[in-house]
Design a binder for this molecule. Structure first.
Ligand SMILES: Cc1cc2nc3c(=O)[nH]c(=O)nc-3n(C[C@H](O)[C@H](O)[C@H](O)COP(=O)(O)OP(=O)(O)OC[C@H]3O[C@@H](n4cnc5c(N)ncnc54)[C@H](O)[C@@H]3O)c2cc1C
Length: 320
């Protein structure tokens, strides 16, 4: 008789705060520890995972024996359910069986009358010994959670705001030799410019936002880089059908708008040869949408060459 081992779909575990480091006014680095992290899947790049924070009663959900039942159990708690949010695995520190997951939380004040959410508040108050839950890739699962995939293209256009800084840092650390690229990062202030080592052949540009509206500055800088005139009226940029969606998530593998990815436009260049370019764009949804219009509608970039990911939306709490 043969016995079949079914690979767990995800790793779900309680994790304890091992250390908290304030990297800058906008970034809090938290190292999480759990004995279960020996089974953590490590694809690197922009691999995402979920944190589940204590709910209004201060309790965390019970972890069911079958991982597939976790989400419905979480939701069943109704108004007192624990908030779940998405973050990036910034790093995994291994010392034998002592494995720690490193996550960089963006922290902020009230923005435009909108109070910070539970993840931001939790990170600001985090202390060694605090406990949360983590839903992450399992090393034996095919669940990836990684989007970065230039598919052989060697010129990278990497664009993000502060929420994408952890992924950008990891992408720059993991990308192999033979790549070149431009990296455009918008952060709240000059004090949030972090030391992200980039391989040779990459040009790193940081844009402190200061009091400007989210994304406006970086969109103009990317347009200039691509040889396009500055947008004078952002709302006048040509619309795409999926602009109606709240969530912008479009990669060569998946379109949240359900658009046919086979219907692809040929790349053409405006002052740049974009044939060999892969664009990875993540951050506030308005910025991602504006750059999607710039790259796909205006420049006709092939849809297989781009990953557009709305990581958060101004004024709108994430679901769950
Ligand atoms: C794949 C993926 C990876 C991500 N990786 C990271 C990461 O590594 N680090 C990280 O910090 N974030 C990351 N994010 C973004 C993070 O999930 C959101 O910012 C999330 O909304 C934070 O939850 P919250 O509970 O603080 O706020 P929510 O309850 O979701 O929102 C409450 C209010 O806060 C506002 N808000 C949310 N985020 C911000 C922000 N950054 N600045 C200003 N206002 C904000 C919302 O617009 C809303 O008005 C990632 C998102 C995705 C989808």
């Amino acid at each position: 008789m043969t016995t079949e081992t079914i690979a767990p779909s995800v790793l779900i575990t309680e994790a304890e705060v091992h250390s908290v480091t304030r990297l800058s006014p906008a970034f809090v680095r938290v190292e999480l520890a759990s004995a279960a992290f020996v089974d953590l899947g490590e694809d690197g790049y922009d691999t995402r995972f979920k944190v589940v924070l204590p709910g209004p009663t201060g309790a965390l959900p019970t972890i069911p024996p079958v991982p597939e039942e976790y989400y419905s159990a979480l939701m069943a708690a109704g108004d007192v359910r624990s908030p779940m949010r998405t973050y990036t695995i910034r790093d995994v520190v291994r010392d034998g069986d002592d494995v720690r997951l490193v996550v960089d939380f963006v922290v902020h004040e009230e923005v435009g009358g909108h109070a910070p959410g539970p993840a931001c508040r939790w990170a600001l108050a985090a202390r060694r010994g605090d406990v949360i839950q983590v839903v992450a890739p399992h090393r034996r699962s095919s669940y990836g959670g990684t989007e970065f995939d230039p598919a052989g293209r060697t010129h990278l256009l990497l664009i993000g705001d502060e929420t994408a800084v952890p992924a950008l840092g990891r992408i720059l650390a993991d990308v192999g030799p033979g790549h070149t690229g431009g990296v455009f990062v918008e952060v709240p202030t000059a004090a949030d410019i972090l030391d992200l080592p980039a391989p040779e052949g990459f040009e790193m540009q940081w844009f402190p936002r200061n009091d400007a509206a989210y994304g406006r500055r970086i969109v103009q800088q990317v347009r200039r880089h691509l040889g396009l005139p500055p947008a004078t009226d952002f709302e006048a940029l040509p619309e795409l059908p999926s602009d109606l969606d709240i969530d912008v998530w479009e990669t060569p593998r998946y379109s949240a708008a359900g658009e046919d990815l086979e219907e692809q436009l040929r790349a053409r260049s405006v002052g740049h040869d974009l044939e060999d370019t892969y664009a990875w764009i993540a951050g506030e949804s308005w910025m991602v949408k504006a750059l999607r219009r710039t790259l796909v509608t205006e420049l006709g970039l092939d849809r297989a060459q781009v990953a557009f990911m709305g990581y958060w939306r101004e004024g709108v709490p994430m679901k769950a």
